[in-house]
Design a protein around this ligand. Structure first.
Ligand SMILES: [Zn+2]
Ligand SMILES: [Zn+2]
Length: 434
């Protein structure tokens, strides 16, 4: 291994350890004394020109143990990566190679020397030189590089962006909204000019209905499965037996025949209602963030400062209530794997308390046609009491894709939304599975 390679490897390790701190300090560090003294030195004290390069070149002469040199390391690494093809960046350790210090006529470290594409020295600076100052100097010399380092992409601790196994279900057996399997006994179909859209139940149809800001479907375009006969019948003329399951969640059974509906109601309980009554019940509770219809049993509870409360149709929507109302909230959610309770209190757009503190969010995310990461919709968002439960849940859902993120990050992403973006949140076409 050459000395240069070894030096760079050492610096990479140093960069990984001190990188964040150094980057944060870079704005102020230039006010601190550089080792061993102030600069800039004059470009006329020119060193022998290095071999001509076809690109402008930045040479930093330093040493791996000098503090300002160490602070330069992550900047040099970043420039090497993000400015490849625009400038060449080279680090030389002059303690390991004293002859290089002589060659470049350097007597203080770190020193940065700017060479133009012809290999002519145009500027040199002694001491720590910030990322912004380097970009400004290159600009002055006619070389455009990004003015600041691109924001480091928050790397999730755990993610899966491609399904573990492909979804092989037939399209007509998958609910358009929730992506769940369609039970033929509760199948609900909306006729559109683009074809038929199938839902697992009238409930998923009503959620869709509630997220269509205009041009609500014509009731004549909706059909439902007859619970008893198994055939599709017009939704508007059906009778509905509206009951609750063991989890207190509404059950909706459609019948073309009033006597069959009555028999079912007598056998299993509930009420018999018409389409209009069903619609009123289904649209009675809505998400405090996106306005979609929700069953409270499926939703996250949201307490708003001042005593009001509402619902979030998913964990992300629940956090979004803080952004929509610009108020502090308390979200109560359930771990999607174990059902354990998770409570998040916010203050001024940040997490003020998290119970349990190990809780994390799963941001359901997928790559769109252009490879950009996009949300997979409300039904694919989740909280977990810890990373372990999240991983178990991901394991159990081989088609789920997404990223594990801190709940603070999930909240901050919502707080960044504009009122216009919030008003469009979860509206059809943006957030629904295809
Ligand atoms: Zn569904
Ligand atoms: Zn919502």
């Amino acid at each position: 291994m050459s000395n240069v390679t070894r030096v760079i490897i050492v610096l990479l390790v140093a960069a990984a350890v001190v990188g964040v701190m150094a980057a944060k300090r870079s704005a102020t560090a230039k006010d601190q004394p550089a080792a061993p003294g102030p600069a800039p030195a004059s470009p006329t004290s020119a060193a022998p020109a290095p071999p001509a390069s076809s690109l402008p070149r930045l040479v930093d002469l330093g040493a791996k143990k000098c503090i300002p040199c160490k602070m330069m390391a992550p900047i040099l690494e970043e420039l090497k990566k993000t400015c490849a093809g625009k400038i060449e960046v080279e680090f030389i350790d002059v303690w390991e190679k004293p002859e290089e210090a002589k060659k470049y006529n350097v007597d203080l470290i770190p020193t940065q020397i700017f060479f133009d594409a012809a290999g002519k020295e145009r500027f040199r600076h002694g001491g720590f030189f910030s990322r912004e100052d380097i970009a400004a100097k290159w600009k002055e010399l006619g070389v455009e590089i990004p003015a600041t380092a691109p924001a480091a992409e928050a790397k999730p601790a755990f993610s899966r962006l491609e399904p573990a196994t492909p979804d092989t279900r037939a399209k007509e057996s998958i609910c358009y909204l929730c992506d769940g399997d369609i039970n033929p006994k509760t199948r609900t179909v909306l006729k559109t000019d683009k074809g038929e859209v199938a839902f697992c139940s009238p409930h998923c149809y009503f959620i869709t209905h509630s997220s269509m800001p205009e041009n609500k479907p014509d009731v004549d375009d909706i059909s439902v499965a007859d619970w008893a006969a198994g055939v599709m019948i017009p939704a508007v003329s059906a009778k509905y037996v509206y009951g609750v399951d063991a989890g207190n969640r509404a059950t909706i059974k459609a019948f073309g025949d009033a006597a069959a509906a009555d028999a079912e109601r007598q056998a299993t309980g509930g009420n018999t209602i018409e389409w209009a009554g069903l619609q009123n019940k289904e649209l009675a509770t809505t998400c405090g963030f996106c306005d979609r219809a929700v069953y409270p049993e499926d939703a996250c509870g949201v307490k708003i400062e001042g005593g009001l409360s509402t619902w979030g149709c998913c964990t992300m929507c629940a956090l979004g209530v803080a952004a929509r109302l610009q108020k502090d909230i308390e979200v109560t959610a359930k771990d999607s794997f174990s059902g354990d309770k998770i409570a998040v209190k916010t203050a001024a757009g940040h997490v003020a308390s998290l119970e349990p503190q190990s809780a994390v969010a799963w941001a359901g995310t997928k790559k769109d046609a252009e490879g950009k990461l996009v949300s997979t919709g409300c039904f694919k968002q989740a909280f977990f009491v810890n990373e372990d439960n999240l991983k178990k849940w991901v394991e159990a859902h081989p088609t789920a894709t997404g990223r594990m993120i801190p709940i603070e990050q999930a909240l901050v992403e919502k707080m960044k939304l504009t009122p216009q973006q919030i008003s469009k949140a979860c509206k059809i076409g943006e957030c629904t599975p295809k």
